[in-house]
Design a protein around this ligand. Sequence first.
Ligand code: TXE
Length: 501
Amino acid sequence: MTHGLDQAWAGRRIGYAEPMDMLRLYIDGGYVDSDSGQTFHTVNPATEAIITEVQQASDADVDRAVDSARRGFAEWSAMTGAERGRILNGAARLLRERNEELARLEVLDTGKPIAEAITVDVLSGADCVEYYAGMAATLKGDHYDLGGDFAYTRREPLGVTGGIGAWNYPIQIACWKSAPALACGNAMVFKPAELTPLTAARLAEVYTEAGVPDGVFNVVQGDARTGQAMVAHPGIAKISLTGEVGTGKKVMAAAAATLKHVTLELGGKSPLIVFEDADIDNAVSAALLANFYTQGEVCSNGTRVFVHESIHADFIGRLAARAEKMTIGDPLDPATDVGALISEGHFQKVLGYIDMARDAGARLVCGGGRPPGIDRGWFVEPTVFDQCTDDMRFVTEEIFGPVMAVLTFDSEDEVVARANDTVYGLAAGVFTNDLARGHRVAAALDAGVVWINTYNLTPIEIPFGGYKQSGIGRENSHAAIEHYTQLKSVYVASGDVDAPY
Ligand code: TXE
């Protein structure tokens, strides 16, 4: 099965990457040159080859993007929600038409398998744009009858907003931030992660082609420094960040200077709990996806797998048998299950955690390093450690790679307490056929998202975001509208002011 992939790409070898022009900034409805004179390059993680050079935005470029966004906002917010919705619907259609092209760019930039990118990344982004296109015309306030007097509320856009993305789902993150922002009448200046710059500008092309006015969605390229310029900019009313917890703390602190609205989608070290009555094969499927999909570079992954003692041996046996059959290699090959990690630095970081696990005395079940026979590209085998304890560093810290920790437990109370014993609170999985227990444990877990007998399903209709240090605010669903609008109360008097003096 080629996952719907055009045969022309099936089997395309790792080395393939047509020459690309230098990637410029996207401001005011088109590509423009940065005035910084500085560039960086983006690399194909599967081949370590440079894909193309990218222009690094200067602080003046961020200024230019905000000025353009202000002009775009004036035109865009003057439209009705229905008019904005029609345009955004067109953008969703164009994203679907460009799915294969954009999915392939995402594979080149991230190293993730084409089988994932072609079925999830771009299409889920299109679903998001379409969902908020439908919501644009439904935004409204309330009316309050005050006995002669009356009041009403207006749900108004914030103005120019800022989006800062992470590198694991570049175009999906750009859609998750820009679609609700634009549907509410805002403009957005967006910065993709410096490791994956390619597809955000293509989203800008799509918005322009669909009829979004110039300046409403601008893309600046660069690293933390460009992000810091956005957070400091007085013309940006809100920042939505997807990134590490440490970055979230820096952004929140810096945003205080201009008292910006902030929403943060950060990291996690989520528990995946398998009770003694669970369907073991289903739980194994979930554990594999929750640790090795996108090479484990998924924030909500269930990387602490708690298995009831009574089924532990059976679970580990079935897990190892399936993990060892996973195909690692050319991300452009539709048969590939596990692609390359995003960068040399991240590759070494993940290998470091694997060494840490060994040194801590955890038992290696399968994987454990670079796949034999692959000496180029930042590939790590799907790795499972057993006999782990809660205090091991690789069990408490987010690795963001294909490394699973299996732990055992005896009672529900014990496992809930251990699952919650973390600074994170992004997600959790509960595997049981006891209905009451499933809902009881879901209520007891400190997590923004809990999956019962499944994992990592994030339809656009449901809110996504973390408890504790995993984030602030929610993306997707109607919840995101709250983060991209502000409420104004208007009081209308029917008589004169009743002044006692
Ligand atoms: O994050 P980084 P990465 C998390 C995931 C992991 C991390 C990986 O759990 O922890 O993201 O992505 C910019 N001021 N999530 O390595 O390094 C930087 O340029 C302003 C959670 O990219 O934090 C980049 O664009 N900006 C998520 C972005 O911040 C700054 C899903 C993120 O960089 C900055 C996916 C600063 N001081 C990944 N420093 C979820 N919960 O949904 C860096 N940046």
